[in-house]
Design a binder for this molecule. Structure first.
Ligand SMILES: Nc1ncnc2c1ncn2[C@@H]1O[C@H](COP(=O)(O)OP(=O)(O)OP(=O)(O)O)[C@@H](O)[C@H]1O
Ligand SMILES: [Mg+2]
Length: 246
């Protein structure tokens, strides 16, 4: 379970979040929506231990682990994965090499190459990516949509139990969005991870059903509802929710 309690978050000496609270239980799917620049990506980065986003108050725990005191590598080893809004390219490091090393580092066991190759080939095919992506440098030279699919390939191979999707849907064409949201739902049905989805749209929620939809405005969650809240925001914008108290 992820427990974010009374968090004040500062970036570059500017307070972005104030008294931010969020609890995500095992297997729950939560969505955060909110206007541009309110701090959605910032809280994702803080969860992942990016020290540029530092807590001046409160705590972020995953079960009994204090994430604010851990490195990003150790947080990833707990099985928490962020698919970021703009996935970074790492020229010279192939998907396959990174994934084999990461799996070995997480499990402490040598990777069975035959099983690894079999699984990754199935995964790229399901994501409608060419098999050449297996050996391409991470996100390097990939289009915006390809990067998102590439990150989903990492998800299937690394088998995280807590997934943060920061605008997975941005940059995806209609067909790619369907493939990605179906793939995400298939992963959810198989492994029942917890999922935090940041989005401005509801299409991604056609395949994966959230337990809660939260609205982030003024540095904190001001309203928590369900899928109907997301639909109402898509239709009417945030005005009805600005300044509301949950
Ligand atoms: N590394 C940084 N240095 C300086 N300011 C930052 C940094 N990261 C975020 N900010 C600022 O913090 C605020 C929140 O940014 P954030 O990226 O979290 O917004 P967001 O809610 O994800 O917006 P969007 O919907 O556009 O993705 C913005 O004003 C942004 O400029
Ligand atoms: Mg963002």
């Amino acid at each position: 379970m992820l427990t974010i309690k009374n968090v004040n978050l500062e970036v570059d000496k500017k307070e972005i979040l104030h008294d931010f609270n969020l609890n995500i239980k095992d297997g729950e799917i939560h969505v955060i929506m909110g206007p541009n620049g309110v701090g959605k990506s910032s809280i994702c980065k803080a969860i992942m231990g990016d020290k540029k986003y530092h807590l001046t108050n409160g705590s972020i725990y995953y079960n009994d682990k204090d994430l604010s005191k851990m490195s990003t590598t150790d947080i990833a080893k707990l099985g928490i994965m962020l698919i970021s809004q703009s996935p970074v390219a790492i020229p010279g490091v192939s998907n396959a090499d990174m994934l084999r090393n990461s799996i070995a580092s997480k499990t402490g066991k040598q990777v069975n190459i035959y099983e690894f190759n079999k699984k990754i080939t199935e995964v790229v095919k399901k994501l409608d990516l060419p098999t050449s992506f297996i050996h391409r440098s991470i996100n390097d030279g990939m289009s915006g949509g390809e990067r998102k699919k590439n990150e989903l390939m990492h998800m299937w191979m690394l088998e995280p139990n807590f997934i943060i999707l920061d605008e997975l849907d941005s940059g995806l064409d209609v067909d790619a969005l369907k493939i990605c949201s179906k793939s995400l739902n298939e992963y959810y049905e198989k492994y029942k991870p917890s999922i935090l989805i940041i989005t401005h749209h509801t299409q991604i929620l056609d395949n994966i059903k959230p337990n809660y939809v939260h609205i982030l405005t003024n540095g904190t969650i001001t309203y928590s509802g369900d899928l109907s809240t997301a639909k109402s925001i898509e239709a009417n914008g945030f005005n009805d929710y600005l300044g509301q108290i949950k």
